[in-house]
Structure formats: C-alpha cells, structure tokens
Design a protein around this ligand. Sequence first.
Ligand code: HEM
Length: 440
Amino acid sequence: MCRPPSQPTGLSQRISLPDDEGMTTVAVAEPSALAIDLTSQAFKECPFPTLARMREAGPVIRVRFPLFGKVWMATTYEAVNDLLRDHHQFVQNPVTAGNPWMRALLRWLPRNLKPLATNMLLRDPPDHRRLRSLVDQAFQRHSVEALRPRLAVLADEALDRLESEAARSGGTVDLLTHFARPFPLAVICEMLGLPLEDRPKFTHWASRFSTASSFVGIFWGLFTGVRQMMRYVREEFRRQSRQPREGLFAALIQAEEAGDRLSEDELVAMVFLLLAAGHETTLHQITLSVLALLDHPEQLAELKRDWSLADSAAQELLRYISFAMVTKPRYAVSDTLFHGQSIRRGQMLFACLASANSDPSVFPDSERLDIHRHAQKHVAFGAGIHVCLGAKLARTEMEIALEHLFTRFPNLRLAVPRADLRYSARPGTRALLALPVRLE
Ligand code: HEM
C-alpha cells in the first residue's frame, strides 16, 4: 500500500552537461537528471512519492527514460497541459523537428513495420486531422451511448467465461486474462468487424508484450507480437476488400477506395492502432481499478449500494491509477524556453500524466482515492489534439465492467497475498502481470 511522499530532494540545480542527443547547438546549462527508476516494482506499486519528488524538482525536469536516455519530462498539471496543447511548438514527428536519432530509427524499421510510423498518434496536422476525422464519429459520445446495451451483453459473456474458468481451476482465476482482456477486446473487434474466431490470436500476440516481466521479454515480445498483428491486419485488409464485413474496417476500406483520403499503409496503421490502443489500455485500467476498489472496501461498498456513482468512480479511478503514466514523446521544432528550461530543437519531451493527475494544486489530497471527487479535469487520456479517441468508450467499458463484475460476484476477493502482485517492467505504463481472484 502507498506511503506518504518523501521530502523534496532539491535536485533541480543547474549544471553544465555535454550534449547527449547529438544536436549541433552550443552547450547550455541543463539540470542533472533526477535519479528515479520509472520501471521498478516499488514505483509501479506506489508511484506517488516519486511523482511528488518529480514535481518538487520542477515543472519540467531531466530524467533518464529507458532506451531513450536523458529526456525532458513535464511534471505539473500546468506544464503537462502546456506541452500537449502546443502542437505547433511540440510535434509528434521527430523528422520535422530534426531529431537525428529518431530519424535513423524510423529508417531502420523493417519494411513490414514501416506503416506503424504513419499512425495518427505519430502524425502532425494536417495529416493528423485528415486521419482522425475518418474515425472520430464512431467514437463520439452519442455513438458510444448507443452501444451501451451491447457492451453490457459482451461484459456478461466475458463474465460467464470467467466463472467457468474459476470452476474448472478449483476457484482461483486470473481476472486479467479471463475478464479484463477479453471484454474490451470483444468490443473493439466488434466495432472493427473482425471475426470472432480470430480473437484468441490477438490475445496471444498482445499478451507477449503487455505482460512480459523483463525488459528483454518486453522488446522481443513487442517485436514479434507487433509483426504478427501487422501481418494479420494486412491479410484481413485483403479479405475485407473482397468480402466486406459490417464494421469500421470495411468502412475505412471504402473511404480508401473512394479517393485519396487514406493510403493502404495508413489504413493498416489505423486498424492496428485501434486494435492495440482499444484494448491494451482499457484492460489494465480495469484490472487496476478492481484492485484499487478491493484496497478501499468502504468505497467499494458504497458503489455496490449505488451504481449511479459509477461515472464519478471511473473518472476518479482514471486519475488515481493513470495506466498511461507517460505520453508518447513530443519534439521541439525550435529552441525555446519552456517553464524555465532551455529546450533545444529536436529534443524529446514527455508529459507525465500520472504526475499531473496527482498534482495537489489541482487535486487536493491527491494520493487518496475518493469516488466522490469531481475528477473530470484529469489528463489520464492526454490533452490537446491527440487526446484519446476512445476516452468515452473506455470510461463506459470501465463503468460496465465494474458494475457487472461486482454485482454478479459481490464477495470477489484476492486469491494471493497483496504483496505477491507483480507489475510489468514496461516504462511509461502501470500494468499488473496478473490479478488472481476468488469469485465466491
Ligand atoms: C482506459 C483506457 C485508455 C487510456 C488510459 C488511454 C490513454 C490514451 C492517451 C494518454 C492518449 C494520448 C497519448 C499521447 O498524447 O501521446 C491516447 C490516444 C489514443 N487512444 Fe487511448 N486510451 C484508452 C483507451 C482507448 C480506447 C478504448 C481506444 C479505442 C479505439 C483508444 C484509442 C486511442 C487513439 C486512436 C489515440 C490516438 C489519438 C490521436 O492521435 O489523435 N484509446 N489514449
């Protein structure tokens, strides 16, 4: 369980450092990197003390990010919003910003993975606007509200399977594998119009990178899992071009055939993004939300008495857990002074959403879960033009998942000691490897 934050470390003093990102500009005074481990089990179990240290060190700080080395990180609510909303100064495409390492990395990508670099999360306007407008409608509030009854049916089907698995295995069952993953996966597959019988394949590929516990496992799993998924999406593109099924995939193929709004690579990248982002995120947010409620039995009891609190509880759980702790990187298009720091052209900046969501100047007593808090201002879905496309869908899935799970199994409890739970080492996210429970 979380303990109160530690004292400020005063690590924000400025010192001179050699240029570490291959830029050609003159060296300027930079703060040293804050010594924190964003991958440790201790951080994932209770991130609040580290997040507090980060904010104490400044609104924009230097940290070491696995693989990328030293990067800038926005830590406060204000700095995170400023970074994400200024898409003119801070762009997604490293090539536009002249970052030589990322440019080389993109060139090095194997040919069959190249389309990934064209997905809308990595694009800037006007391409981003063009791509997003093709799918925006399907994920808007009223479209998602219309889906609610169907989502409830899919949640119940997933719970049936959870119950049979528990019966088969003598009572203990992994909630992540047998409920939190299959439910959002079923939802996004149905929306896209992907065949039911293919779902076990995605589960296999996606779980290779999302629940690996070691760094090597994560990168090997990422490489192989992503490649297999990309191959599948391309084959499905060919199948649905000949024989369309009902859903977003066929609608996008028609848009592609109708004109030059979408290239084949963009379409494949879009479906891949929706498939991956549409379930990998929600499944971990649901799993950790169940754990957080089990950790706070008095708030769970209140919810079970009154499910009209589900919306406010989901918002607060998004703020409190923030599965996506850190966004994708942005790159500065020119030298700039940002929240007191000299940022150079091409340098990489991350927004720490988890830190913004625990900023006490916006969320008083931020380390406390409070399902009555009006937490709507949280940035668990990002901000600015790349704010999560599936935000409304994900919130609705969370509400339905929690209500149906705890209504059907009101005495659900952990099947292992709390201290035995383990998190993925993947940096930037907070994900359990498994959540063994007894349904009772
Ligand atoms: C609780 C679940 C979810 C969380 C925490 C989450 C979080 C996020 C965040 C933080 C971003 C912005 C990343 C950045 O700015 O670098 C994002 C973008 C995105 N998300 Fe989600 N997401 C969730 C569920 C979903 C679902 C269900 C979908 C369904 C399709 C989805 C699709 C997307 C897409 C397509 C983008 C890129 C949007 C753009 O570039 O314009 N997400 N998500």
